[in-house]
Write a protein that binds this ligand. Structure first.
Ligand code: ADP
Ligand code: MG
Length: 270
């Protein structure tokens, strides 16, 4: 059954899309079957994976939310192995309004996922920078949410609002919702402030913060304009190495492996 993770932070420009795309690609490299669902009308995750807006203009996540298409009909392959995408485009802005009067408006995405949960190991949702009905649908459909935080002075600004919203959604729509963790992005080793922000966030959130920190890396910002993940664009870059390290950490939390031992002596040797 797929684990559904929503990548959320109502601040723009903190690395949500970069994380969703490259985490998806990293998990795919590790042999996992991944579906990326683009829930941002800007459609950056879709274009960042090389899908032309025109190709899916009649069949994308908007049509799933308003009930015109099944999610199966909208999934498209990518050049990144086992990674598929449900794309988004600016039409999705309309869904925020159209959904208001629809039955089960908070559960539209969740019901769509019920038909595909055995086909993937992970479903990752890239959220828009707001806490409207689109993010509400994403958090209702998710098992957990992952928060990218940019290593800057105002990193924590708005985080309490996101945690409050998640708390309300947990109470009203999705009792199993929990935080997957915080991933620190755009870390600048030469900047003292970056180091301070990391230690402050670690003090505050302790084991909720992933060990792998994503550095500021120009290759990560160039990759989307080539329609590629960092692994296709420059697999040897520090950005690629760190996103892979992060993906392994996240995957280890998800699929805890118990070593198979025959007997006691053998287990002691191990
Ligand atoms: P969001 O989805 O939260 O708005 P993005 O992932 O689109 O944020 O990132 C915002 C901008 O920062 C983009 O131009 C992206 O290419 C760039 N960016 C994101 N992460 C990094 C990084 N680790 N190093 C360098 N540039 C980055
Ligand atoms: Mg984005």
């Amino acid at each position: 059954m797929a684990k559904v993770i929503c990548i959320a932070n109502q601040k723009g420009g903190v690395g949500k899309t970069t994380t969703t795309v490259n985490l998806s690609a990293a998990l795919t490299q590790m042999g996992r079957r991944v579906l990326l669902v683009d829930m941002d009308p800007q459609g950056n995750a879709s274009s960042g994976l090389g899908i032309k807006r025109f190709d899916t203009q009649d069949s994308n996540i908007y049509h799933v939310l308003i009930g015109e298409k099944t999610i199966h009909e909208t999934m498209v392959p990518t050049h990144e192995g086992n990674l598929k995408v449900c794309t988004a485009n600016p039409d999705l802005v309309g869904a925020e309004i159209e959904l208001v009067d629809m039955p089960q408006r908070e559960y539209r995405l969740k019901s769509a996922f019920e038909t595909i949960e055995d086909e993937f190991d992970y479903i990752l949702i890239d959220c828009p920078p707001s806490l409207g009905l689109l993010t509400l649908n994403a958090l209702t459909a998710a098992d957990s949410f992952l928060v990218p935080l940019q290593c800057e002075y105002y990193a924590l600004e708005g985080l309490s609002q996101l945690l409050n919203t998640a708390g309300l959604i947990k109470k009203s729509f999705n009792p199993q919702l929990h935080i997957e963790g915080i991933v620190l992005t755009m870390f600048d080793t030469r900047n003292n402030l970056s180091h301070q922000v990391v230690s402050e966030i670690r003090n505050h959130f302790a084991d909720k913060v992933f060990g792998a920190i994503i550095p500021r890396n120009v290759r990560l910002s160039e990759a989307p304009s080539h329609g590629q993940s960092i692994f296709k664009y420059d697999g040897k870059s520090i950005g690629a190495l760190k996103y892979l390290e992060f993906a392994k950490e996240l995957d280890a939390n998800t699929f805890v492996k118990i070593p198979q031992t025959q007997n006691r002596e053998e287990s002691i040797q191990i």
